[in-house]
Ligand binder design. Structure first.
Ligand code: SAM
Length: 398
């Protein structure tokens, strides 16, 4: 069905269409806008009415008069869905999902078996990849979880691609809800005892194509038992992988000369001396001011004539002016500006050791080198991934 937002991009938000409201980096809420309803968050309230017919990607301001927050109205994708779905189990996150999909060589038209369905996070990634010409059979033995997944898949218009079945694959094998030939060429097992499900696979996988498998297990003991059974069942090229996902920040750093560093040290010294000089000047001016004040006071107390009083108050004013001039000068001429005036740098020029023109990363006219920095690990349910493949049976030589 072409109407699934997970398969085709829609430009504007339909009434009751799925929107992923991005509140913060770790908080994305799935909503279906209906006239008269609102989304209430700690960033304010957002009227569903203003979402309908807006473009996906719109930044929506809160309608509350007291809270000036905003949210983004995002188009559903399996990646964003993994961040916003209601968790019913541990889920497979995008870093693992993308690796598994490419290692199992899943592509449009692929036929895939998945067990268990869990929160159907990986199921969405599979559905988007196999697309309209492919199939995903997903099995879950926990009945409420199976029902929720089935409903969600239906709500997302993915039920033509994804077939949800209720059953214990370890005990009974992979029996689809509707009788069908699965003929799958990729298998993903995310359950506690994959080694118990593996022997059942031969009945449902392709007989004429290479079949690839991935088992997702958090403990090494589970991996060992899985590998033993895979070997026994004839699976080849068994390999265990752990995805450790890190974000790498790549940027350009300006190449600076040793003279820049030396000049920077000189600049610090110059600025310190300048500061000391200003402090002494200020102290001197304050002392002079104090002297002038006490002189003026003495004259007033001694009953000196009005001409003298005028002279003294003039003196007092002059001293006050001296102090404020020094302070103003100090404010107006920061050491760096002073330094730039002394040196052949104009304030608009790039100053390699401090204030001056702001240089943008990679700007022409400067020397740059590419550097990278590793950031903290991304959120990913760390499990061991065991991969293997099963070749098709050799043709009969007759
Ligand atoms: N991959 C899923 C996702 O991305 O949302 C999460 C799967 S969850 C960790 C494991 C699921 O396997 C649980 O929902 C559990 O009920 C189901 N399960 C465990 N053993 C099973 C079995 N023998 N047959 C079918 N489902 C099983």
């Amino acid at each position: 069905d072409s109407s699934s937002p997970f398969l085709e991009f829609k430009t504007s938000i339909p009434e009751n269409g799925l929107v992923l409201a991005w509140l913060t980096r770790d908080n994305t809420k799935p909503i279906r806008p209906e006239p008269g309803s609102a989304l209430h968050t700690r960033f304010g309230s957002f009227q569903h009415g203003s979402m309908i017919s807006s473009k996906y990607g719109t930044q929506l301001a809160s309608s509350s008069s007291t809270q000036a927050g905003f949210i983004y109205l995002l188009h559903p994708t399996p990646e964003l869905w993994s961040m916003s779905l209601p968790h019913r189990t541990q889920i497979v996150y995008t870093p693992d999902a993308s690796y598994i999909v490419q290692r199992l060589r899943i592509r449009p038209g692929s036929r895939v078996i998945e067990a268990g369905t869990g929160s159907a996070s990986f199921t969405h990634a599979l559905a988007r990849t196999v697309a309209k010409t492919g199939r995903v059979w997903t099995f879950e033995f926990h009945e409420p979880r199976f029902q929720m997944a089935e409903k969600e898949i239906e709500d997302h218009d993915l039920d033509c691609i994804v077939k949800c079945s209720h059953g214990d694959v370890c005990k009974n094998g992979f029996i689809p809800a509707f009788e069908e030939i699965l003929d799958a060429s990729a298998v993903f097992l995310d359950l506690p005892s994959p080694w118990m499900a593996i022997p059942h696979l031969k009945k449902v996988i392709s007989k004429d194509k290479i079949v690839r498998i991935c088992c997702f297990s958090p403990c090494m003991e589970q991996v060992q038992r899985t590998i033993e059974v895979l070997q026994k069942e004839g699976w080849l090229d068994i390999e265990m992988v752990e995805v450790s996902c890190k974000r790498w920040e790549a940027r350009k750093e300006m190449i600076r000369q040793p003279e820049d560093a030396i000049e920077r040290l000189r600049d610090i010294k110059r600025r310190r001396n300048e500061g000391l000089r200003k402090r002494n000047e200020r102290k001197l001016a304050e002392e002079q001011n104090q002297e002038a004040l006490s002189e003026a006071q003495e004259s007033e107390e001694g009953g000196i004539d009005s001409g003298s009083t005028a002279r003294e108050s003039g003196l007092k004013r002059k001293a006050e002016e001296a102090v404020s001039e020094t302070a103003a000068e100090e404010e107006a001429t920061t050491p760096t500006e002073k330094h730039i005036q002394d040196k052949p740098f104009l304030p608009s020029e790039y100053n390699p050791w401090g204030k001056g023109k702001r240089v943008h990363e990679g700007e022409a006219g400067y020397e740059w080198k590419d550097v990278s920095k590793v950031e903290a690990e991304l959120k990913s349910h760390t499990s061991y991934l065991t991969f293997a493949y099963l070749p098709p049976p050799f043709p009969d030589k007759g």
